[in-house]
Design a protein. Sequence first.
Lengths: 107, 117
Amino acid sequence: AQRVTQPEKLLSVFKGAPVELKCNYSYSGSPELFWYVQYSRQRLQLLLRHISRESIKGFTADLNKGETSFHLKKPFAQEEDSAMYYCALQGAQKLVFGQGTRLTINP
Amino acid sequence: GAVVSQHPSWVICKSGTSVKIECRSLDFQATTMFWYRQFPKQSLMLMATSNEGSKATYEQGVEKDKFLINHASLTLSTLTVTSAHPEDSSFYICSARDPRTSGYEQYFGPGTRLTVT
């Protein structure tokens, strides 16, 4: 079975502070992992995919197979980063989402 | 990037009636589309995978006679909620993969809010 766990429902940090949104997964195969973001009143959109090893809007995420984690990080949070963040795992048949973390950046 | 649209964006219907929601891929052809349901302050739950020209694949616990999915063309999938009841009120979201990309990422529509009175 495939499962994605985001332990924090809510995360609040001050502008300029580092941010880390945690994601752990459970999957017997070779996972393909994503971070999706949903800004207020907007659709869900892809932020990062692990195979690309890219940095988008200052965010990075590294797949750690030993710890089965795919945490999302940003060194200096900005107010426009406030949004709902979902970690997702593409298994053999479907995309499974974590419960999401609502990130609030305080001025 | 790939764009997916949904129509309507919100709908209110009376209990016992049926409602159809459309999902379109605007700038690409999607052989596979996905339908999700999202309850307030909860994550997305996959309801079914819609395959062009064939029957949809439903997730466990999803009533296929209640949630009818039709994928008649490469750019259109429809979800019909039949004999809707208040407990069917939810946010329904569709997505599609862009075959022009090599990855498995999905592109999401803006969602349809269904309220059954």
